[in-house]
Design a protein around this ligand. Structure first.
Ligand code: PA5
Length: 442
């Protein structure tokens, strides 16, 4: 179960102020639980841990096993935003950082950028691989994954023939509408549905996240069980509810102390993409109507040697939320050295993770001294069960926090602005007037 440590905030926040925001967060909790707040037709993610059909899990496992039998050693996962970051953060968190997983294909992600070099290099990789593809788009019309899919699909068809290529493609999209749905139906791709009432950034526990994570060889049952375990605690209205505490404190730091940036800090490189996922979750959910806390992230201790200077002494706009992992999964002990030329014998017999924890504690105290409030989100270890709990916790906390802030957590109207300009510049049919207008601006 996730726990929140507020110790690093006490020097900054008055108890009465925190209590005020706790009240606001409880009101937001009630709104989320009653399902009567803004965007309430997108609350399907809340019940996913209890509603995940066994057939969906076994369908994911069947594709994994089929591709394994056919010797597939590369799976290209195409998607952007919420149709990408959940799968990537889980695969990166659960993977060995250096060695490929035995009996599982390599997973690579594309369709999350428009770089020609990226796609060309992907084709280089596919040339020497036995490749399958998962294409994910809820709307089925997003340009970045659609462009990448056109390239990947044509490549697969030229390499394997149209029929076999279709057998190597799985589409995850809307049940009824969108270009990807039409294509999947026409080409007879195996398909999964993104539920209508689940938005992209809340979809990691739907097939959007579960299929790629399963194909990568990780235990999606444990991931969902972890989310279910977290859900049981998060649904209780209590001052111990970690989502309520987190939402209350971050809103208090933002509104009372003017802290406009939250930095998610991790001390385990496996969690780098959890921070990327979290940034999208909170950035897209809260950053609207001229409001929101800017979500940033650092990977320590690496970033203590770069961003650490700014956090310690730069403009005082931020607070930190540390992803505290209680224990490492592996053991490396620092040995004594006869010569001790590196002067590290004082660490002899100590686990590396002990040093990591001391770096974390030392940084906490230094940053508090430097005027940076800090709280910690504590998880036991980085495995599928605990990761499922962490991701569900952040989703739940995001709903409460956005309602506390007074915004609709489940829309993203601002994402359309760049698309309109890009379509006008690319001279997309239907954008003729916008094309004329934008050309006049240039
Ligand atoms: O959270 C969201 O809704 C967005 O980030 C979407 O996931 C992203 O824009 C991709 O959309 P789609 O899945 O429709 O291609």
């Amino acid at each position: 179960m996730i726990k929140i440590n507020l110790g690093g905030c006490s020097a900054f926040v008055k108890d009465a102020d925190y209590k005020e925001y706790l009240k606001k967060a409880f009101d937001a909790f009630d709104t989320l639980q009653a399902g009567d707040g803004a965007g309430n037709d997108f609350l399907g993610w809340k019940d996913i841990p209890v509603n995940t059909p066994e057939s969906m899990i076994t369908d994911c496992e069947a594709i994994r096993d089929d591709w394994k039998e056919r010797g597939v050693n590369l799976v290209v996962v195409l998607g952007i935003g919420g149709s990408y970051l959940g799968a990537r953060c889980a695969v990166e968190a659960l993977s060995h950082q250096f060695l490929p997983k035995k009996d599982a294909p390599r997973i690579v992600f594309a369709g999350n950028n428009m770089s020609e070099d990226y796609l060309a290099e992907l084709l280089d990789l596919m040339a020497g691989s036995n490749t399958a593809c998962i294409v994910i788009s809820k709307s089925g019309t997003t340009t970045e994954p659609a462009v990448a899919f056109r390239v990947v699909k044509q490549y697969l068809e030229s390499k394997y023939g149209k029929t076999e290529a279709a057998d190597r493609i799985v589409a995850i999209t809307d049940a009824r509408k969108g270009a990807l749905k039409t294509l999947a139906t026409q080409e007879n791709y195996a398909s999964f549905v993104v539920p209508d009432d689940v938005g992209g950034r809340f979809s990691v526990l739907t097939p959007v996240g579960l299929l790629p994570i399963c194909v990568a060889g990780y235990d999606i049952r444990a991931l969902v069980e972890g989310a279910l375990d977290a859900m049981k605690g998060l649904e209780i209205k209590s001052e111990k509810n970690p989502a309520v505490i987190y939402a209350a404190m971050r809103n208090c730091l933002h509104t009372e102390l003017g802290k406009s940036t939250e930095i998610l800090v991790n001390y385990n490189p496996k969690l780098t993409y959890v921070a990327e996922w979290w940034k999208q979750l909170f950035g897209e959910s809260e950053g609207k109507d001229g409001k929101g806390i800017y979500p940033a992230s650092v990977n320590n201790t690496a970033d203590l040697h770069s961003m650490g200077q700014f956090i310690q002494e730069g403009s005082r706009v931020m607070f930190e939320t540390v992803l505290h992992v209680e224990r490492a999964q592996r053991s490396v002990v620092i040995e004594a050295d006869e010569q001790n030329l590196d002067c590290l014998n004082y660490l002899a017999g100590k686990h590396v993770e002990h040093c990591n924890h001391m770096a974390e504690l030392g940084t906490k105290l230094a940053h508090i001294d430097g005027g940076v409030p800090q709280m910690a989100v504590c998880m036991e270890k980085v495995d599928a069960f605990n990761l499922g709990g962490l991701l569900y916790f952040f989703e739940f906390a995001c709903g409460i926090s956005a309602y506390t802030l007074g915004v609709n957590p489940f829309n993203q109207p601002g994402v359309e602005a760049y698309k309109k300009n890009m379509f006008a510049l690319l001279e997309k049919p239907g954008y003729e007037e916008a094309t004329r207008a934008i050309k006049n601006r240039l």
